[in-house]
Design a protein around this ligand. Sequence first.
Ligand SMILES: [Zn+2]
Length: 268
Amino acid sequence: MLRAEPPATAGKRRATKHGSGSGRGPLVKRLPSAPVLLGIAALAVSIGGVLTVNDVAPAADSDHSGITRAASALGGASGQGTVSARKDTVTRDSQRDAQSDAAGQQLKDAAEGLAAEHASAIKKLAGKAEGYSKVLAQDLWEYPLEPVILTARFGQYGLWSSYHTGLDFNGNTGDQIHAIANGEVISASYDGSYGNKTVVRLEDGTELWYCHQSAFMVSVGDRVTRGEVIGLVGATGHVTGSHLHVEVHPGGGDPVDPYTAMQQHGLF
Ligand SMILES: [Zn+2]
């Protein structure tokens, strides 16, 4: 290998130049390793100092400046010069490397931090989506009777003394009535014009009324599952024919349009 003591001047000159160019940002790439530079230097020597111009005017901040300077220092110089340039370059490299390593580590840390943050955000979103789909699945309602034939809508005026407070599903006496949603039976008894009425309270406090039944299939306190048969269609109470009258009372309060409520829970 090449081995010689570099002239002090050459080293100083290089060091000074390096100092003036030390304002590089953290994104500077690493310079090629010393063996690569040696190869380039050898090439520069062989083509006879063509690159020396770069020695006079320091190159702009580019990734190639280190290479061209190293090469130019060798152009037309003696063997000793070659070695000195190499050593100098190595020194520059190690300084750069230290700087670059620190910057690289910072970038790495930042990138890892971002990646972790990203992964965490995605995980949260996935969790939310999963939770939401669970809520939706729980909240999905089912038709109490099928096929669905609506015979009277909410708010209509007809044989009722006031406007219709529910939604009527056509059905024959004895047809099975299915629970629209999960809940607890809080009432199952005859109630005047409503006839045999079952009230199921859902988890969110909404009360669903099933009216005019010919038979009850559940009792107060029972937990019912969506789709479960809770009674049979009838014509009890104030009716002109067999059908199921359904009412929806959010929070147990005033009735709202069951059609809209059902739409909000995936029906119609
Ligand atoms: Zn009705």
